[in-house]
Ligand binder design. Sequence first.
Ligand code: FES
Length: 106
Amino acid sequence: MAQGEDWVTVAKRGKLGDGDMLAVHAGAKEIALYGVDGAVFATDAVCTHAFAVLTDGWLDGEVIECPLHAGRFEVKTGKGLGAPISCDLKTYPVRVVGEDIQVNVA
Ligand code: FES
């Protein structure tokens, strides 16, 4: 494994269709997976504004809306899309190996 890589299997690909979200654990990290247009994206599961789990919110295309104060983020980039969000969300590289969704948590 190359330096800076720590791929962890977090879910089966068949569990995540387009428009679906899954909250998973990778070691000590809580990660949200999103199915968008046949691809999978991963971010921290907890909102950067306060404590809310984003998979309890609403996925609209490439945008996740937080269930607590309606803050919004792009799931591909983690970019916050305006108030009340002042800090972007961490994203993680994702790959699919066979049936497994893997996230690089390095
Ligand atoms: S906790 Fe997510 S917008 Fe406030």
